[in-house]
Design a protein. Structure first.
Length: 503
């Protein structure tokens, strides 16, 4: 059965669930989207099985695109570059707005399939779809401002006029992770299109469904054929062929640090290839002694457990001032027991491999004599989906890998601290920290501590809200990624200055 027309109709939760529960319906096969065509399944000889995290059942077959398909997509993007890069910005802006409005009409469908495929709650998925749509609108507006500059170098006899402008950066590979599938893809495809680049995008093989649906939106929005192509496949095969192609001039990657290092190695010889690597990350929560404890518990729980802790900005490491440490830990545990129910507020983790990784970290916690305030080590073999119950650990050594490496699951580690200086040092010494959440009612402390933290994103008593023009980056440069407004522009454009002498 053709996957696209079937999925496109399954735009309410009831329809989607009925479809999946009907044993007569075989798992669908996704198709590569190249030059605005869905490639016939006959071109795919190898498939990757992708599973429903809630049930552990096979959900969909994802093409494992071989080198010839990857090269075809890159060639097509390369041929489309000349015309697209010369398309007036007003026209590009119209197309981006068109994409946003088609997504808007189908936003519930996107949220439903994001939730089913990734395991996140429908509420969370709806929020991410809204943000994905915002990316297209943001860049559609952004490019309407002319940022070129004219400079005059006046000599005694003659002067030189320089016109400095941004030119599209070329053909890009966009490779993204599974934790916010549509959001991460949109935050890259939108600026790629807006700044006149073309590209080939590859989502994670674990969560490819909303990328497949986005392909149809691009087709309906009449993005010129070849400008954005979406292909599917694994990392070491499809992803690696894509990023190492000599026709690819830039790579925008979001994912784990190990893969980032591999990509740097694989592309090291190609000095012209521009890399933007958004790698790993976490945002510890700092709870100071002056807070209203119940409010702080609520904020900390949200930051630690939203999307089952699988956000690059998750606040799963919680530092609490010693004066309120015991009270906070007690209330946090109580709150989880009451407010965080599996299947409701909490979803599963994305895959059996990720389940095994988190489980091994919990085994390590047990071996290191951490206290399990709530939660336990899950069964070695997951049954009926990849479920890990919410876990709160205390008595964890400051140098433990549980603190220094990301867990990326529904596990919070709570540690005490004694002074502002100490907690700043703990955070700044931790190589894995990208942002931070400061829970305090003292504005002076908020500013002082915020400015001393070596973190790219610092939130006052809030979390996750983001202004799309503000930079999203990692000051310790774990990766080399920068996103948001002008920073995305720098990734997808190059500077050119044309000099004209006086005549
Ligand atoms: P991953 O690095 O395993 O995979 C990311 C993507 O890279 C996937 O599409 C994968 O198929 C592809 N890939 C894997 N090996 C490749 C290779 N050799 N060449 C080219 N492509 C390759 O990461 P993941 O497990 O999908 O995602 C989880 C990680 O992503 C976590 O570490 C999380 O913190 C991080 N993340 C970071 C940010 C950020 O902005 N800093 C945002 C979201 C997720």
């Amino acid at each position: 059965m053709e996957a696209l027309p079937t999925l496109w109709q399954l735009d309410t939760l009831g329809r989607a669930v009925n479809y999946l529960n009907n044993p007569a319906n075989k798992p669908l096969r996704l198709q590569n989207f190249i030059e605005n065509q869905f490639l016939d399944c006959a071109h795919t000889s190898e498939w990757i099985d992708s599973f429903d995290p809630r049930s552990g059942n096979l959900l969909v077959h994802v093409p494992r695109s071989p080198p010839n398909v990857v090269e075809y997509a890159i060639n097509v993007a390369s041929c489309a570059f000349r015309a697209w890069s010369q398309t007036p910005t007003q026209m590009r802006s119209v197309i981006l707005f068109r994409i946003a409005s088609i997504m808007e009409q189908k936003k519930e469908m996107f949220a439903i399939w994001e939730s089913i495929d990734q395991g996140k709650s429908l509420v969370r998925a709806r929020g991410e779809v809204e943000s994905s749509i915002r990316h297209f609108r943001f860049f559609a507006r952004y490019i309407l401002q002319d940022e070129s500059a004219v400079r005059l170098n006046k000599g005694r006899r003659e002067s030189t006029l320089a016109h400095e402008s941004r030119v599209p950066g070329g053909v890009y590979a966009i490779v993204t992770s599974w934790n916010m599938p549509l959001y991460l893809l949109s935050s890259n495809i939108a600026p790629c299109l807006a700044f006149g680049c073309t590209g080939v995008a590859k989502p994670s093989e674990l969560t490819s469904m909303t990328a497949f649906l986005l392909s149809e939106v691009l087709r309906q929005a009449r993005v010129p054929p070849g400008v954005i192509n979406i292909i599917f496949g694994d990392g070491p095969g499809t992803g690696s062929t894509l990023i190492t192609s000599p026709l690819i001039q830039g790579v925008s990657f979001t994912g784990g640090a190990k893969t980032g290092i591999q990509i740097r190695k694989d592309t090291a010889a190609d000095l012209h290839k521009r890399l933007s690597l958004e790698l790993r990350g976490s945002s510890p929560i700092l709870v100071f002694g002056d807070v209203e404890v119940n409010e702080a518990v609520y904020s900390a729980a949200f930051a630690a457990f939203e999307s089952s802790g699988q956000l690059c900005l998750s606040g799963s490491l919680i530092y609490v001032h010693r004066t309120i440490y015991k009270q906070f830990l007690f209330r946090l545990t109580q709150f989880f027991q009451k407010a965080y129910r599996m299947q409701k507020e909490l979803g599963p983790v994305v895959s059996a491999e990720h389940y095994a990784k988190i489980r091994s970290q919990l085994v390590q916690a047990d071996e290191e004599h951490a206290n399990f305030e709530i939660g336990e080590i899950p069964n070695e073999v997951p049954e009926h989906g990849f479920w890990i119950s919410p876990t709160v650990l205390s008595n964890v050594r400051p140098d433990s890998l549980l603190v220094r490496e990301e867990i990326f699951g529904p596990v919070a580690v709570v540690c005490p601290f004694d002074s502002d200086e100490e907690v700043v040092k703990l955070c700044n010494d931790n190589p894995n920290i990208m942002g931070a959440v400061l829970l305090t009612d003292d504005l002076r402390r908020l500013r002082r501590v915020g400015e001393h933290l070596n973190a790219g994103l610092v939130w006052g008593p809030c979390w996750l809200g983001r202004e799309l023009g503000a930079g999203f980056n990692d000051p310790r440069a774990i990766g080399m990624g920068r996103e948001g407004g002008v920073h995305s522009r720098d990734v997808f454009t190059r500077l050119r200055a044309v000099h004209v002498p006086s005549f």
